[in-house]
Design a protein around this ligand. Structure first.
Ligand code: GLP
Length: 250
């Protein structure tokens, strides 16, 4: 398991999105991927902090910081005196802000993306309003078809302020991976969801007949400092995704 974790960490350092990422974020993603791919299983103990620091040539502070974030996310658990373990059940509060890539991996599916376009352009009035930008500002635009294996699941149009994401080519597959690598992953989002009958373009892209049931989603996501980082409009196949909300009395 240690060897797999080390090679995942090293691989991340070579990926486009990982080269500039701080070491603790790379380690965090390496651990997350190792858990998602089953290399480290629920209930299994992680190597000690000291051992990981030694094997990966990192400081213990860096290792601690990587682990703390995953404990907060519910992926890892710490038992006093016994060490750090992968949580028995991956606790994924339904109101948690996750990416398409993470959602699919958590279900054991293989996320894939086809870019219909990836460009920098001047903000449209709708994007300016949604992202709270001034007219004339520049945004990165991604138009992506999102697959689970061979099946198209969603088509998404995203705009991100250009000063937050300097180069659209940084998004190899996952937007949130690219943002996280720059320390700019959103921490909160507002999402609007409505049922639609798919019009010709999204229906064709999702390989469905015109008028088939679909879900239209709009997400505006925020950084910890309150700044808007993402405006995404998506069409999902109506039969492919379950959106579940947790409701509390108070
Ligand atoms: C979902 C959301 C999008 C968000 C995306 C990030 O698909 N509807 O608003 O941009 O997740 O996922 P990823 O990091 O895989 O690109």
């Amino acid at each position: 398991m240690q060897a797999a974790l080390i090679s995942e960490f090293e691989r991340m350092g070579m990926e486009r999105a990982g080269v500039h990422a701080p070491a603790y974020l790379r380690l965090r993603r390496a651990i997350r991927r190792s858990v998602e791919s089953g290399v480290i299983e629920p209930g299994q103990a992680l190597p000690s902090e000291r051992e990981m620091a030694r094997q990966l040539s990192l400081s213990r502070v860096t290792v601690r910081k990587a682990i703390a974030g995953l404990v907060e996310d519910g992926l890892l658990m710490q038992r006093h005196g016994a060490g750090t373990f992968v949580a028995e059940r991956i606790i994924k509060p339904l109101s948690r802000l996750t990416s398409f890539t993470e959602d699919l991996r958590a279900r054991g599916l293989n996320p894939r993306v086809v870019f219909l376009s990836r460009e920098v352009g001047e903000v449209t009035p709708e994007e300016a309003m949604a992202l709270n930008l001034s007219p004339g500002a520049s945004v990165v635009r991604l138009h992506r078809l999102r697959f689970a294996g061979d099946d198209p699941l969603a088509v998404e149009r995203t705009a991100v302020p250009h000063d937050i994401l300097s180069d659209p080519m940084r998004v190899a597959e996952s937007l949130y991976d690219a943002l996280e690598a720059q320390g700019q992953r959103p921490v909160r989002a507002l999402q609007r969801l409505r049922a639609v009958n798919l019009t010709a373009e999204p229906a064709r892209q999702l390989k469905l007949p015109v008028g088939a049931a679909g879900l239209a989603l709009e997400r505006r996501a925020f950084l910890a400092n309150g700044r808007l980082v993402e405006f995404t409009q998506s069409y999902y196949r109506g039969d492919a995704y379950d959106f579940v909300a947790e409701l509390q009395a108070e």
